[in-house]
Structures are given as structure tokens and as C-alpha cells.
Design a binder for this molecule. Structure first.
Ligand SMILES: Nc1ncnc2c1ncn2[C@@H]1O[C@H](COP(=O)(O)OP(=O)(O)OP(=O)(O)O)[C@@H](O)[C@H]1O
Length: 293
């Protein structure tokens, strides 16, 4: 949707001419070739050589893969891996330095408005209109999405119930907790009946009961043919709900495929640690010890 006013986005300091300043430390790459078999109608999302440079930093480097329609897909990776940058390029919020994004056959960066009509986006840093109530916010998003007044009213009511927002819907957004804001933001991503949801850490700050409610809504969405792409740091959650996964490290695609294929015999958390090779224990903090007091 063309609601850039709502999203906080740093200036795009794209300098495509500059060389990548970062090289991958990882050798465990699963080749992301665009497979001829994947050219069909069942593809919801196709990334082809997607790259983003910020000055001398290559945030995302040559990422290519596809997500099938109806998938519950996730992008995982350590802090600073490039997840938010990738999701922002997919949802039409941040222009790639090179490469392309297709959503249901439409090139996002060739006709951004058309593509964004098919996408519901929960960005990393969602800016809301603080002086609206939750209900007014949903209605506002519905109206700028071009819905008719009656549709806006009906869908707002449905979403309030589905996301269990009834007790808070008449309060001003400025008074919402971060979890409530996220729930409201998630509800708003659905109001125009999108085909692809792109959600940056949707369960961050959400309590377990609300998380369950949200997962149920998202599962219903995929059962009805919608596609979900989300980022998360919770490997338990991702393993539990997602059927497809992409692992990004230092802006590069390290592994991608069906959940069971990527994690093999390991839990996703074990597999993730193995791929990322994080330190097993913190080093150099010996002074952080009060046991002798
Ligand atoms: N607007 C920007 N200008 C310059 N560098 C940026 C910008 N946005 C992101 N970066 C850099 O790009 C890299 C990827 O950042 P990104 O936010 O995509 O990572 P992430 O995987 O979402 O991280 P996290 O898990 O911590 O949210 C980082 O090195 C980050 O510092």
C-alpha cells in the first residue's frame, strides 16, 4: 500500500556502483537456482539475484529462491543478517540495488502499487497514527486501501474479534503497549484481503495467548490459499508453524527449502547454531561474576 507516511524508513543510501565490502564466512550454501519446475502458477514469491547495498555495506547479496503459494515461510538469521532489508525489498518499501522480486507473477519494482495491493506488510518499525483509536486506525487503513465504507466497517469489526482487540479498540494508539500495537498492525495487514503477507518479527512482544490467536489467523489465511513470509528469532515458533525456511547470514542465502529438509535430523535451533556457528558460551566476561560476594 502506498502508506509510506506510516512506515519509518531510513534514507536509502543506495550506491549500486560500489563494490561489496563484505564476503561470506560460510561455505554451506544450498544453491538457489531458479528451477524450471518452479516457473508455474503455484509460485507466490520469486526472488532473483536480489541485492542491496548501503554505501560500502552489502546488506543482501544475490538472493534467489521461490516460495510456493499457500506456504508458511520464514526468513531466519542472526542480528544484522539482512532479514529486514530483504523483507522491505519484497514488500516494495526499499528499492533493490539489483535483482528482482515477483509477487504472484508481478514484478514488485516495475509496478509497485499493483504489487502492493496484493501484499499485506508488517514492517520492522511500524509507525501508526497515535491519536487515532485502534478502531479508527483499522478503518483508516481500510479506506486508504480503497475499500467501500460498508466493507471497512464489516472488516474492521471482524478483525477486532479475530485479533481479540475488543477491550482496547476504543483506546488511543498512543496508549497501546508494544504487543497491542503489533496486534493492531497485524490486523491492519489483512484488511484489504491480500494474497501475500510479509511480516517482520510478527510475534515480537506478543504474549503466548495472543501469539496462539495470531498463529490461528495466519494458518487460516494459508489454508485459504494465502502465503505468509515472516522473519523471526524464535526457532521453536518457526519450526512449529513454518513449512518453508530460508537462512540468511551476512546477507547471503545459506540454506533454503522445506523445513524438514533444511533441519534434517536436528531441531531447527540446533541446525541454526550449526549453520551460524555462534560461540557456544560467552567469552571474555570472566569479571561478570558475583558468586564470591
Ligand atoms: N538504512 C541503512 N543504512 C545503512 N546500513 C543499513 C541500513 N539498513 C540496514 N543496514 C545494514 O544492513 C545490514 C542488514 O540489516 P537488517 O536490518 O536487514 O538485518 P536483520 O537481519 O533484520 O537484523 P536484526 O535481526 O538485528 O533485526 C546490517 O549490517 C545493517 O547495519
Amino acid at each position: 500500500m502506498s502508506t509510506e507516511a506510516e512506515w519509518k524508513h531510513e534514507q536509502d543510501t543506495d550506491t549500486t556502483s560500489q563494490e561489496s565490502a563484505m564476503t561470506s564466512k560460510h561455505d554451506e550454501t544450498v544453491s538457489p537456482a531458479v528451477d524450471a519446475e518452479e516457473q508455474g502458477d503455484d509460485v507466490a514469491l520469486r526472488l532473483n539475484g536480489l541485492t542491496k547495498r548501503f554505501g560500502r555495506t552489502t546488506a543482501v547479496e544475490d538472493i534467489s529462491y521461490t516460495v510456493q503459494r499457500g506456504s508458511f515461510s520464514s526468513i531466519v538469521g542472526p542480528n544484522g543478517a539482512g532479514k529486514t532489508t530483504t523483507l522491505s525489498m519484497i514488500s516494495g518499501l526499499l528499492p533493490p540495488s539489483s535483482g528482482s522480486v515477483e509477487v504472484l507473477g508481478d514484478d514488485v519494482w516495475r509496478d509497485r502499487q499493483a504489487a502492493q495491493q496484493r501484499i499485506g506488510t508488517l514492517p520492522d518499525r511500524l509507525r501508526m497514527f497515535e491519536q487515532l483509536t485502534g478502531a479508527q486506525y483499522l478503518s483508516y487503513v481500510g479506506s486508504i486501501r480503497g475499500l467501500k465504507k460498508q466493507e471497512v466497517l464489516e472488516r474492521t469489526e471482524n478483525l477486532i474479534d479475530a485479533f481479540d482487540l475488543r477491550d482496547n479498540v476504543n483506546r488511543l494508539v498512543v496508549d497501546y503497549s508494544s504487543g497491542l500495537r503489533k496486534k493492531l498492525g497485524l490486523a491492519a495487514t489483512l484488511i484489504h484481503n491480500p494474497e501475500l503477507l510479509v511480516l517482520d518479527e510478527p510475534l515480537d512482544a506478543i504474549d503466548p495467548v495472543s501469539a496462539n490467536t495470531i498463529v490461528e489467523v495466519l494458518e487460516t489465511f494459508t489454508e485459504r490459499g494465502g502465503t505468509v513470509l515472516l522473519s523471526s528469532h524464535s526457532m521453536d515458533f518457526v519450526q512449529r508453524v513454518c513449512d518453508h525456511i530460508a537462512v540468511i547470514v551476512d546477507g547471503q542465502l545459506i540454506a533454503e527449502g522445506d523445513m524438514d529438509e533444511v533441519r534434517g535430523e536436528l531441531t531447527l535451533e540446533e541446525r541454526f547454531r550449526h549453520i551460524v556457528r555462534g560461540p557456544e558460551e560467552s567469552e571474555g566476561l570472566d569479571w561478570l561474576d558475583i558468586s564470591f560476594r
